[in-house]
Design a protein around this ligand. Structure first.
Ligand code: GLY
Ligand code: MN
Ligand code: MN
Length: 462
């Protein structure tokens, strides 16, 4: 019978729910079909994985492939190229992958290889990465358009450019080869913006893992703990609960560090009376969670901290209510800003009217970022915010973060007249919201945010 931490794991396993199914091969096929159906006939689509990056000498940074390639194939390893050729409205999907190599696999780990790719991935054929130049240059001769996003693989970029240039020369002779390159990423972004049921399950799971990690940070913290130690608890729980990585470097800032939006040094001791702001989310099967919570390290909100916290929470709730089908995404920001401006006027922090503060930059002194962004395979996910210049209208399946905040950094030269009672307070509250026909679903709802819940959790495990 498991005991100790393993018991805790069992409890958490019950809370985060059943491990979701990975994306099925048939869904990758559907995604490919949907994309291909929008492309011109007689064309090629090419997507390349980025190169591995050296961190130092023999050590590489952890590898994460291009999200578009992941979205269309699920292939996670480096040295991969997807080539799809559309002829007479029939598509062939080819994947170039690292070949099996027993010597290298003994050192670096198992590879699916060409045979594994053919057997288990949503593709028609596979070849070793080394054969890309020969096969690509041959196949490009017979298409007119190449859909290709440059910048991931210089060898392929050159091949595409050469094939277009040499086509110009060969046209008079044989009339073959591509004449133009089009970036396919906008088309893929539109698809990625609307999440499928399988994607939503993965995102909910990632949000649940992240929520538990935040709760563990609350329970295990104490005055005098280091920011890096809280980071270790959070990221340890990501892994403990099955997420291989974070979706972005964790922001763990106490005191005045909570007033720096993307603080990442995480190297200060947390002192009595300070607010800790933690913005941390896991990546599960490629899908990001993005959660921020802010709370007092000593477990008790001071009067000023409570006033600012409740104001941010009120603005966040007002914004979440706007996350409904048919609303423009910007309505959430407008609602949050209005609540914050009115609250700051009431607290005597802003000395003009709320309407003026929204226009003249006064509110931006304390709330200087947007209220949210799309979330998915990337933490700042793809999708045009203002197609044709008009703010996007919410549709079911979109996922957006809602993350208003107020920051009173007394180190700032533009805030020298700040009343000391607000000095050093930084509060952001961030949740991940799924747009549904039945209203907003807070994917990160497992993570507490009411003051009384936070106060009863902070330091509870000590
Ligand atoms: N974690 C980065 C952001 O909230 O945008
Ligand atoms: Mn965010
Ligand atoms: Mn965040």
């Amino acid at each position: 019978m498991p005991t100790g931490k393993y018991m805790a794991f069992q409890t958490y396993a019950n809370q985060i729910g059943e491990t979701p199914e990975p994306i099925h091969v048939s869904e990758y096929r559907q995604r490919q079909e949907k994309l291909y159906s929008q492309l011109d006939d007689n064309s090629a689509l090419i997507l390349c994985s980025p190169k591995e990056k050296i961190r130092s000498n023999d050590v590489h940074f952890p590898y994460r492939t291009n999200s578009d390639l992941l979205y269309l194939t699920g292939w996670k390893d480096p040295d991969c190229v997807l080539l799809a050729i559309k002829k007479d409205n029939v598509w062939t999907t080819t994947l170039f992958v690292q070949e099996s190599n027993i010597e290298l696999e003994i050192w670096e780990g198992r590879r699916p290889g060409v045979e594994g790719a053919k057997k288990n991935w949503a593709i028609d054929e596979a070849y070793p990465s080394e054969s890309i130049s020969k096969i690509l240059s041959e196949r490009l001769k017979s298409v007119s358009i190449v859909y290709h996003c440059v910048g991931f693989n210089i060898k392929v970029d050159n091949l595409v450019e050469n094939s277009i240039n040499s086509r110009n020369r060969a046209r008079q002779q044989i009339g073959e080869g591509p004449t133009q390159r089009i970036d396919p990423s906008l088309l893929i972004s539109e698809m990625r913006l609307i999440k499928s049921d399988a994607e939503i399950n993965l995102m909910r799971y990632s949000a649940n893992i992240s929520s538990i990690a935040h709760i563990e940070a609350m329970k295990n913290c104490f005055t005098g703990i280091g920011e890096w130690q809280i980071q270790a608890i959070i990221e340890g729980y990501f892994k403990f609960l099955g997420a291989k990585n974070w979706a972005y470097p964790s922001i763990v800032g106490c005191g005045e560090n909570a007033t720096i939006l993307h603080y990442h040094e995480n190297n200060k001791i947390c002192n009595d009376g300070e607010i800790i702001l933690i913005d941390a989310g896991s990546e599960y099967e490629g899908y990001a969670a993005d959660i921020t919570r802010s709370w007092p390290i000593n477990g008790k909100f001071s009067d000023s901290q409570m006033k600012i916290y409740n104001l941010v929470l009120k603005s966040q709730r007002a914004a979440i209510q706007k996350c409904v089908v048919g609303n423009q995404y910007i309505e959430a920001h407008i609602a949050a800003s209005k609540v914050l401006a009115e609250g700051l006027v009431e607290l005597g922090i802003i000395h003009c009217s709320a309407e003026e503060a929204l226009e003249n930059g006064e509110l931006k002194k304390y709330f200087m970022h947007g209220t949210g962004h799309w979330l998915g395979l990337d933490v700042h996910d793809v999708g045009i915010y203002k197609p044709n210049g008009e703010p996007r209208v919410f549709e079911p399946g979109m996922v957006i973060t809602i993350e208003p905040g107020l920051y009173f950094g007394d180190w700032r030269s533009d805030l020298t007249d700040l009343d000391p009672k607000w000095a050093g307070i930084g509060i952001r509250i961030e949740d991940d919201i799924l747009i549904t026909e039945n209203g907003p679903e807070v994917l990160s709802s497992l993570c507490p945010k009411d003051i009384h819940e936070l106060e009863s959790l902070i330091g509870q495990s000590n």
